[in-house]
Write a protein that binds this ligand. Structure first.
Ligand SMILES: Cc1cc2nc3c(=O)[nH]c(=O)nc-3n(C[C@H](O)[C@H](O)[C@H](O)COP(=O)(O)OP(=O)(O)OC[C@H]3O[C@@H](n4cnc5c(N)ncnc54)[C@H](O)[C@@H]3O)c2cc1C
Length: 428
């Protein structure tokens, strides 16, 4: 059986940060990373916007502002990304304030999907130079915590410390491991919404502020704005009983030569179940499946002009019409979002979009497209045994799948925080 001092599952930012920290502080420890994908490394591949302001990306129940700031400083010091300028923010912020909306000012860097790939290449080359064993296309199937043995689809591997960082796509997997370990958890929170796509000219703020974060009443916010060379994409999810559904998302390339003049962003509403406590994941899955049913197995898209008239969109409204841009996710099905989305969620989103149109006039141009559903599953809430995200003896769970982050910089910070705990544990 293979043996390693530290086994890291997932080569996203959370896993990478843990690997870098451990390999630099304890070069004599053996570190192995596995990832079920054939290409490294998780969510750094998509757009790679990095936010360096609390609480963006940091779940506040596990991160205080002071703690997050300290780890963000270490993250920035290591990654050294070029921070972008923001202009005219106070004009937008004043307009927002007048109608009860907050615009957060965030320190941001944007590498783009192309820049993210280059970063991944550099980071993995450096880890390999340090002797970290990276095995791609290897899937963790389960663990035996008592004997400290992991079973993958290739081998059995014993560990001294195990870091599980499988990202959002590992949301259910984290739950099954927590159940095996007997660690209580909840997942009663989920973000549901739409992705809005429009011409940059209709959402002028992106020229001044790459990823503006507006916070609206009714737990609604803008999230993950992309522009210049922006695309809407779909991610496939499969439920435990084998049913497939899609969530939309967005990303952009930094390469100016590919510029398409479009912008996209998510408008998300947070849903939190109290009594009776329901699973956010199950709720989101049901909405995803319902949308897939109405969209013939694909996400739904609707022009704002049709939505305002209470009409479904048709294929003829997406090409060759007066509207002057075509959807970047052309495979989405033209339809009626209000038939698929719960009214409380859609009402909050539409109210917020109207407020946004007052702050940045033009975003609700009739040609603007809404894609549904955009679902964010990052609200697993394990009962952590200590402040380093340890869930059991010598087992740590971090990143979006474990609910310690909602973005790249918080995921990286989570990896550092776990590594600090591991260094203490392995010293004992
Ligand atoms: C399209 C898109 C765009 C995004 N844009 C941004 C952005 O611009 N800025 C931002 O801050 N955030 C963005 N995000 C979110 C960001 O990617 C995540 O917050 C971040 O990557 C989470 O890091 P992580 O390490 O927890 O997980 P991930 O980066 O998801 O990495 C988890 C890794 O674990 C692997 N894995 C899962 N299960 C197993 C298993 N059983 N065995 C082995 N390996 C496994 C997966 O293959 C994956 O590579 C975006 C996400 C998407 C999908």
């Amino acid at each position: 059986m293979d043996r390693t001092d530290v086994l890291i599952v997932g080569t996203g930012p959370a896993g990478l940060a843990a690997a870098f920290e451990i390999s630099s502080r304890a070069p004599r420890l053996t570190v192995a990373m596995i990832d079920r994908e054939k290409f490294s490394t998780g969510g750094l591949r998509n757009d790679c916007k990095m936010n360096f302001t609390y609480p963006i990306g940091f779940p506040v129940d596990v991160w205080t502002e002071d703690l997050a700031k300290a780890y963000l400083a270490r993250t920035e010091e290591f990654l050294k990304p070029p921070i972008m300028d923001r202009k005219n923010v106070s004009v937008y912020a004043r307009r927002a304030e007048k109608i009860g909306v907050r615009l957060l000012e965030i320190r941001q860097a944007h590498l783009g999907t192309d820049g993210g790939l280059a970063l991944i290449k550099d980071l993995t080359a450096e880890l390999m130079r340090r002797g970290v064993a990276i095995s791609l296309g290897e899937n963790l199937l389960g663990i035996d915590a008592a004997s400290r043995v992991a079973t993958t689809d290739r081998r059995e591997l014993s560990w001294g410390a195990l870091v599980v960082a499988p990202g959002r796509s590992g949301f259910s997997f984290v739950q099954s491991l927590l159940t095996t370990l007997g660690v209580p958890f909840t997942d009663n929170v989920v973000d549901i919404g739409v992705r809005v796509e429009t011409r940059e000219g209709n959402y002028q703020i992106v020229k001044d502020y790459y990823d503006p974060k507006f916070i609206f009443p009714e737990k609604t916010r803008t999230f993950c704005t992309n522009s210049r060379t922006a695309r809407v994409v779909q991610e496939k999810y499969v439920t435990d009983d084998g049913r497939a559904y899609y969530s939309v998302n967005g990303h952009a390339y930094a390469d100016e030569k590919m510029r398409n003049g479009l912008a996209n962003f998510a408008m998300l509403r947070t849903v939190e179940f109290t009594e009776p406590l329901a699973s956010g994941q199950r709720f989101a899955e049901m909405l995803g499946i319902q949308a897939a049913l109405m969209g013939g197995g694909r996400p739904i898209m609707q022009r704002i002009g049709d939505f305002r008239l209470g009409k479904r969109s048709k294929l003829s409204g997406f090409s060759g019409d007066l509207y002057d841009f075509e959807p970047t996710l052309a495979s989405a099905t033209p339809g009626d979002i209000s038939l698929a989305a719960p009214s409380k969620i859609l009402r909050a989103i539409w109210k917020s979009l109207k407020a946004l149109d007052t702050i940045v006039p033009g975003v609700l141009h009739p040609s603007t497209i809404m894609y549904y559903p955009e679902i964010k599953l990052y609200a697993n809430r394990p009962t952590f045994a200590d402040g380093s995200f340890r869930v059991a003896d010598r087992v740590w769970m971090i990143g979006d799948g474990a609910g310690t982050s909602r973005g790249i910089t918080a995921a990286w910070s989570s990896g550092l925080r776990a590594a600090d705990g591991i260094m203490d544990a392995l010293r004992d």
